[in-house]
Design a protein around this ligand. Structure first.
Ligand SMILES: *[C@@H]1O[C@H](CO)[C@@H](O)[C@H](O)[C@H]1NC(C)=O
Length: 285
């Protein structure tokens, strides 16, 4: 009895400390909500390099300003059920022996959504390795994210690898602007691949990463969080056009785009022109 009283007392004393164990603060990225301490802004003019198991962040003058060791995890795994995540997209997986050397997409910044409930809308072309553990993506964003943002459109290029996230400083843009999302394989050596991604016509959006895994899964995507009504999306549709894929061999791959819609929420993905030369894919809201 005494022991049990003591045990109860002990539990009573320890419980507040046990419960107080802090849960890590998270912030929104194009890979869902991720631990905020693992989200890094790349200095203006800076770059990224895989060095062994680490990723080094370089400032514009070549100084290493940060070193992190990513823990392997799927970049889409962080998407929880209540966070909508990837709602409508088209994709193609390169299973051939020659790597994708270039992936370009053109689209127009839509009008801002009619409603603002604190939602976040991401529109991008992207490319991932076979493992699903990384993604390189020039992203158009409306609403808040770990990179900043608000009730306006902004552009940033993101690289997520394992549990680590990197982004360039967001640059504001306006409805009607034409965007060119570009992902380029600049060189490779064995299993190490060097990439460059940017909105080619927007200064400050270039992200260079060296020593990455080969990127094989190309997508055109609408991703959204905290949407509570149809008017949280832009009206009409987003037409991803000028979709061009090239291989390191110099060949143009034979591409049939897979597509995913969210018809329950009125979002449809349509492949208007298939292939890897001036393909066109429309996501209607
Ligand atoms: C290089 O950049 C870093 C970070 O911005 C800065 O601290 C450092 O002083 C710079 N070094 C030189 C040699 O300019």
């Amino acid at each position: 009895m005494r022991a049990s009283t003591a045990a109860t007392l002990l539990v009573g004393l320890l419980a507040p400390f046990t419960l107080a164990a802090p849960t890590a603060e998270t912030a929104l990225t194009p890979g869902g909500f991720r631990v905020a301490a693992n989200i890094h802004q790349i200095p203006s003019g800076g770059s990224l390099a895989h060095v062994g198991s680490e990723v080094h962040v370089f400032s514009a003058n070549g100084t290493v300003v940060h070193k992190v060791t990513p823990a392997a995890t799927k970049v889409k795994a962080a998407v929880s059920p209540e966070a909508t995540g990837w709602v409508a997209y088209a994709s193609w997986l390169n299973t051939g022996s020659s790597p994708i050397s270039s992936f370009t997409t053109t689209w127009k910044v839509p009008a801002v959504p009619a409603a603002n409930h604190g939602q976040t809308v991401f529109l991008f072309n992207s490319i991932e390795p076979n493992s699903g553990d990384a993604i390189l993506q020039p992203v158009l964003q409306f609403g808040p994210s770990a990179a900043g943002g608000g009730s306006f459109w902004a552009l940033a290029t993101w690289y997520l690898v394992g549990d680590q996230t990197f982004f360039t400083t967001p640059v504001r843009t306006t409805a009607g602007s034409t965007l060119n999302g570009v992902i380029t394989l600049t060189s490779s050596s064995g299993s190490l691949f060097n990439y460059n991604s940017a909105f080619s016509n927007v200064a400050g959006t270039t992200l260079t990463v060296t020593g990455a895994a080969q990127l094989t899964w190309a997508t055109e995507t609408l991703e959204a969080y905290a949407v509570t009504s149809a008017s949280d999306y832009p009206t009409g549709s987003t037409v991803f056009s000028g979709i061009n894929l090239k291989l390191a061999s110099g060949a143009v791959p034979t591409v049939a785009w897979s597509h995913v819609s969210d018809t329950a929420d009125g979002l449809t993905t349509t492949v208007n022109t298939n292939g890897a030369t001036n393909a066109q894919i429309t996501i209607a809201y």
